[in-house]
Design a protein around this ligand. Structure first.
Ligand code: B3K
Ligand code: ZN
Length: 850
């Protein structure tokens, strides 16, 4: 629990801190229950501020003593920190506080994980370590001394003196407190090295618990690849002598970009063929890159206040997406990005938790590390690049790095570099940062006398606190195909600025087929009255990989909605279209696997809701399964052939080529299992020498109802490995029949290996429960009750992770009155539980007020 009366913070109230910090010296005397933190901080009045209030944030600290310029003082302890009378000239503040890392289950501030000390300060965790102006616009160089008997003592920056029981670190780059980090433990390292393009050698290390050192090589390679990619593509070099990464088991998110000392959830760094899936490898590669890229976009240039979070997160996600696309293929990666955007951000944007990419108020900032800030934030960067062109994009980025290096910057500063570098007025574009809600883009077409006209209309739905919206700038990438499938107009970007606007193409011999929103050039929902034949045509002929897949997706959706809402039969044209793509050996197997995957149940529920139909989760599941089975029957021969042809002989590698083959092979297996009683899956499970095959086979065996024995065998084989056992927890839920989901999940929370204090384990169960659409929304309400029980139990221990998981309820307005009432009851039950955290009370309040 944080404070009694949660306050709303407003962007409009921003004011700079009244003092500047010239230098921070910290000494840590580490003890599990009574760590002493001694701070010595040089302050001076801030000439940019007229105020004189010396307020330092602090939470759960026991103040031992405080001094001003060496003289003992008695500061006033106030809500959220302390105040003290100070001179109007430079002065030195000294304080000694005591904290209890062992009791810190919120995993924010300094805490312990399996005997190791670890920190997480973003966003506001440093105030749990010592009294400080814990805000991102206060930057200072930090020197740190750590005293402990533990063998490895790490902090930010470059190494200083070290000896028996101590180590010193010095970070010359001024940074906000949220980038502070400290790690101490019995750790071993995989060392590496990198020479920057200007010839500066950098020591690299990945620090892990003994026994995990053989699982670091992939992350180390990914780090080096990311370092040289950032030099080549963005001209950014690393700026310290050393770069350390530490893996920790108990962590609230994926990783954290602390200056020179990135801390990672062990699930996002440790990899071996036997214990990690292809998806794990790809995630590690992208998160390693993301945190590294923050060194420039986040650390060298940070945020003025937390409302500007998208400044570093949107841009850094955009950069890591570019990196992954360069490594693993642009088309397929774009399909994945958009899939994730729709599944998480569009969902958020259409419910009670919708908020702008740059919010204008918050109660608990940790609740705003959202898909909107991250993923939609990245889409805005992509649109800017599309609008100004590649050359101007890099020119603007160079100007951004030059102009703002060392700054705590804002979105205004970011847009200004684009205006200055390109001469373009971005006033209208800025609405993307302020207006929440996914724009609906509808299109109609006419053809007469060789002129083809596309008329677009944009509508932005009302969202909490924003009833009316203004038109946005929407870059719409369009290509035209002739009726025989040739491309007659290559990709052209139409710039829509009005609520309704037409664009014409002249001199055409026949009415073309338009491929609209190529590469998903804007984060909008496109509605288009295309016939199934036209969609099938685009699935067969579009030259834009994304839109080719999109044609298949909208066709499948149309067919599924026809089945669910109108009782239609599975469509033969769809099955043939998918079959043609599957058999085209010239196409990337990953792309073919994507075409074979049907829209998710959650996606269908949202589409039905958008079409004015109340979604029935059980019916959605049944019809989707029926269509899968029809595809299996219609394409059995090609699926069988692909299953054999896509085998990857030889030792496992996570290379894009092998991953692509396994993607297609496992997509085929999941359909074939519907008809072979689990025969192929059982054989694969028996032979598998890597986790991708082993887990995929096990999932199919559970689906096929032959799970009990293999589930047990898998547990016995892997019970020593926490990360693999997380998978074991999750798949028993995700592969269960809908009416068994809640019971299975509840039993798993009672398993001896279930650990409330480990966020990965909690997420394995709660996340899988929430992600099982038909199971979570089962009409018994048992899924809702279980999730609420779990949130109520976790909240006092770990508000951040509990609040994050509460978003499972954000889609409640979609469903029927019975389900809505059950969810509301659970949300009210959570709201009424005693000692509710600020995090959870904000989330539940927002969901209930919809
Ligand atoms: N910046 C961190 C996230 C911090 C979340 C605080 N609740 C990791 C990242 O985005 O790279
Ligand atoms: Zn980030």
């Amino acid at each position: 629990m944080k404070d009694a009366a949660p306050q709303t913070i407003y962007l409009a109230d921003y004011a700079p801190f009244d003092f500047l910090v010239d230098k921070v010296d910290l000494t840590f005397r580490l003890e599990p229950r009574a760590t002493r933190v001694i701070s010595r901080i040089s302050f001076r009045p801030n000439p940019a501020s007229s105020g004189t209030r010396f307020f330092l944030h602090g939470e759960n600290l026991r103040l031992i003593h405080a001094r001003l310029d060496g003289v003992d003082v008695q500061p006033r302890i106030v809500e959220g920190g302390l105040e003290c009378d100070v001179p109007d000239t430079p002065f030195v503040w000294e304080a000694e506080v005591e904290i209890n890392p062992e009791s810190n289950t919120a995993l924010e501030g300094l805490y312990m994980s399996n005997g190791m000390y670890c920190t997480q300060c973003e966003a506001e965790g440093f105030r749990k370590i010592t009294y400080y102006p814990d805000r991102p616009d206060v930057l200072a160089p930090f020197d740190v001394r750590i005293e402990s008997d533990l063998p490895v003592l790490l902090s930010n920056g470059n190494k200083g003196a070290a000896g028996d029981g101590f180590a010193e670190w010095s970070d010359p780059w001024p940074k906000p407190a949220y980038l502070f980090a400290l790690v101490a433990g019995d750790l071993v390292n995989l060392p590496g090295s990198f020479t920057t393009r200007s010839g500066k050698p950098v020591d690299l290390n990945i620090w892990v618990r003994p026994g995990d050192e053989d699982k670091c090589a992939f992350a180390m390679e990914a780090l080096k690849t990311a370092m040289s990619w950032d030099e080549q593509v963005y001209g950014r070099e690393y700026d310290l002598d050393i770069f350390n990464i530490v893996a920790v088991d108990d962590f609230n998110m994926g990783a954290m970009e602390n200056k020179g000392l990135n801390i990672f959830n062990s699930s996002c760094v440790l990899a071996s063929p036997q214990t990690s899936t292809d998806a794990n490898y790809e995630r590690i590669e992208s998160i390693i890159a993301h945190e590294y890229f923050h060194n420039w976009t986040g650390n060298r240039i940070t945020c003025r206040d937390w409302f500007q979070l998208c400044l570093k997160e949107g841009l850094t996600v955009y950069r890591d997406q570019m990196f992954s696309a360069d490594l693993r293929g642009h088309g397929v990666k774009r399909i994945e990005e958009v899939g994730a955007l729709r599944a998480r951000q569009f969902r958020e944007d259409s419910g009670p938790l919708a908020h702008p990419v740059r919010p204008d108020s918050f109660v608990e900032i940790n609740n705003f590390y959202t898909a909107t800030v991250y993923e939609k934030g990245a889409e805005l960067i992509g649109m800017l690049r599309t609008l100004v062109g590649d050359k101007a994009y890099y020119k603007a980025l160079d100007l951004y790095f030059d102009r703002h290096d060392g700054d705590a910057a804002t979105i205004e500063g970011w847009l200004k570099v684009f205006q200055d570098a390109t001469g373009r007025d971005l006033t209208q574009f800025k609405r993307w940062y302020a207006q929440a809600g996914t724009p609906r883009l509808s299109v109609s077409e006419t053809f007469a006398d060789g002129t083809y006209t596309l008329t677009f209309r944009q509508d932005i739905p009302a969202t909490p606190g924003q009833a009316h919206k203004k038109p946005m700038v929407i870059p719409i990438a369009v290509g035209l195909l002739s009726p025989n499938g040739d491309e007659i107009v290559p990709t052209t970007v139409l710039e829509m600025t009005e609520a309704e606007q037409s664009f014409t193409f002249d001199g055409l011999g026949a009415k073309p087929v338009a491929s609209i929103l190529r590469g998903f050039s804007a984060p909008v929902i496109l509605t288009r009255d295309a016939s199934r034949a036209e969609r099938a045509f685009l699935l067969a002929h579009d030259t834009d990989e994304f839109n080719r897949w999109e044609a298949g997706r909208t066709l499948s959706k149309d067919v599924l909605i026809g089945m669910i809402a109108k009782g239609e039969d599975p469509d033969r044209g769809l099955i043939d279209g998918i079959g043609a793509v599957l058999s085209d050996g010239a196409l990337d197997p990953s792309f073919r696997a994507k075409v074979l995957a049907l829209p998710s149940e959650d996606d269908l529920a949202q589409s039905l809701h958008d079409a004015g139909v109340v979604p029935d989760p059980a019916a959605i599941r049944d019809h989707r399964e029926a269509l899968r089975d029809s595809i299996r029957m219609g394409l059995s021969r090609v699926l069988e052939e692909l299953y054999d042809e896509m085998e990857t002989p030889g030792a496992y590698t996570p290379s894009p080529k092998d991953v692509a083959k396994r993607n297609l092979r496992h997509a085929a297996l999941s359909l074939l299992t519907l008809g072979d009683g689990g025969k192929r899956a059982a054989a694969l499970f028996g032979q598998a020498d890597n986790m991708t095959d082993e887990l995929s086979a096990l999932m199919q065996l559970i689906h096929a109802g032959c799970g009990t024995e293999p589930v047990h065998a898998f547990y016995e084989k892997w019970k020593h490995d926490r990360l693999v056992i997380d998978k074991w927890f999750a798949i028993q839920i995700s592969c269960a029949a809908p009416d068994a989901v809640a019971d299975i999940a509840r039993e798993l929370t009672e398993h001896p290996d279930f650990d409330w204090k480990n966020p990965n384990r909690f997420r394995a169960v709660a996340g899988a429960l929430a992600a099982h659409h038909a199971g979570f929304h089962n009409i018994s309400g048992a899924g809702y009750r279980l999730l609420a029980d779990m949130l109520i139990q976790l909240d006092p221990m770990n508000p951040q992770t509990a609040a994050r998981m509460s978003t499972a309820f954000e889609t409640w307005p979609r469903y029927d009155a019975d389900r809505q009432a059950m969810i509301k009851t659970e949300l009210e039950r959570i709201a009424a539980s005693s000692g509710l955290s600020r995090d959870m009370s904000e989330m539940v309040g927002r969901m209930l007020s919809a």
